[in-house]
Design a protein around this ligand. Structure first.
Ligand code: SAM
Length: 309
């Protein structure tokens, strides 16, 4: 039976940051809502993550999304995917990656049971990519997207965070690229979190209204997709463009189906809240039994409160 929180929201996804390490330095990164400190304790092991996922599955969370940092920096990432995929009750394992290492891993991940990937490609312009990420690696990322599609990690979604003065006029180019390679374009509004808190957010945030207007004018169809009920537009060449509007949008919270696990192994009820984590990895490392871990999960679920009501 799927578990429902105090606001009537059904939980189905565990979003796990499997490492805090990253090989890019994106100027806007929310770091999955993590605040780094010096109290690092090392990434959770595969067995520790399996304990966490196992309890999630018992409570009805049957989808797992692996994120980071950059998940492909974990040396055991293929084993991790295959172990989670092998857990009874897990319906889908997916990943969000910056794509830099994806061409090396796409086939191995598909074989291990990874169903699909989101790849972060904010621009097709080499200089802008370097400006956003700090590295001249766009070519590697584009190779990664193609490898993922060839390996069948479909639907491949291109994550494009809209950034003022950087890529806000690139929607149509990105949509053409998605159509060419056979991917879905996901345009994401910048969230105020992590590096993108304070002045970075003020400087780079741009509402998606203009994109919405543009897509409404040129699309041939539109619907609200899936659990998250996000607007998805179908363009004349068949490519689909989905909008993610997290800021000041009660619907974003209303349809939130996820519980996060930080790279420190804490259950994190909400991306934008920093003060309500439940430290499940500490409990696992001090030998807590399954019943106690289940209680921690229920506590984290009880702490889920919509950020935008
Ligand atoms: N390194 C991986 C990647 O690039 O996909 C996984 C971690 S990254 C934090 C996950 C996704 O969050 C990426 O698509 C990234 O662009 C997006 N993201 C990061 N900071 C964001 C922010 N402030 N607002 C919206 N999306 C953000």
């Amino acid at each position: 039976m799927p578990i429902v929180d105090g606001y009537g929201r059904r939980l189905s996804t565990l979003r796990i940051a499997v490492t805090s390490e990253c090989n890019l330095r994106c100027v806007y990164c929310h770091r999955e809502g993590e605040v780094y400190d010096s109290d690092r304790r090392g990434d959770a092991s595969i067995d520790e993550l399996l304990s966490i996922v196992g309890i999630g599955v018992e409570l009805g969370l049957d989808r797992v999304k692996l994120t980071g940092g950059e998940p492909l920096l974990r040396r055991d990432i293929v084993d991790l995917v295959s172990s989670i995929h092998g857990l009874k009750g897990v319906e889908e394992v997916s990943m969000t990656t910056n794509g830099v290492l994806l061409s090396d891993y796409a086939y191995k991940l598909a074989e291990a049971g990874l169903k699909r990937v989101n790849v972060t490609v904010n621009t097709l312009d080499r200089d802008t990519y370097r400006m956003i990420t700090g590295f001249d690696l766009l070519h590697r990322v584009l190779d990664g997207v193609e490898s993922a599609i060839e390996a069948g990690l479909n639907p491949v979604k291109i994550n494009m965070v809209l950034l003022k003065g950087m890529n806000e006029d690139d929607i149509l180019d990105m949509a053409r690229y998605a159509a060419k390679v056979g991917a879905i374009l996901q345009v994401i509004e910048l969230e105020r979190a992590g590096v993108a808190d304070g002045w970075v957010y003020d400087r780079l945030h741009v509402p998606l209204d203009r994109v919405e207007d543009l897509l409404s004018r040129i699309s041939v169809d539109m619907y609200y997709r899936g659990i998250h009920s996000r607007p998805r537009y179908i363009l004349p060449d068949g490519v689909e463009v989905e909008l993610v509007k997290p800021m000041h949008n009660p619907d974003f919270c209303r349809y939130c189906d996820r519980l996060r696990v930080t790279s420190r192994g804490e259950l994190k009820p909400c991306l934008l809240r920093y003060d309500n984590h439940v430290d499940i990895l500490k409990a696992i490392r001090s030998g807590a039994d399954r019943e106690y871990l289940r209680k921690l999960f229920l506590e984290a679920i009880a702490r889920r409160k919509p950020y935008f009501l």
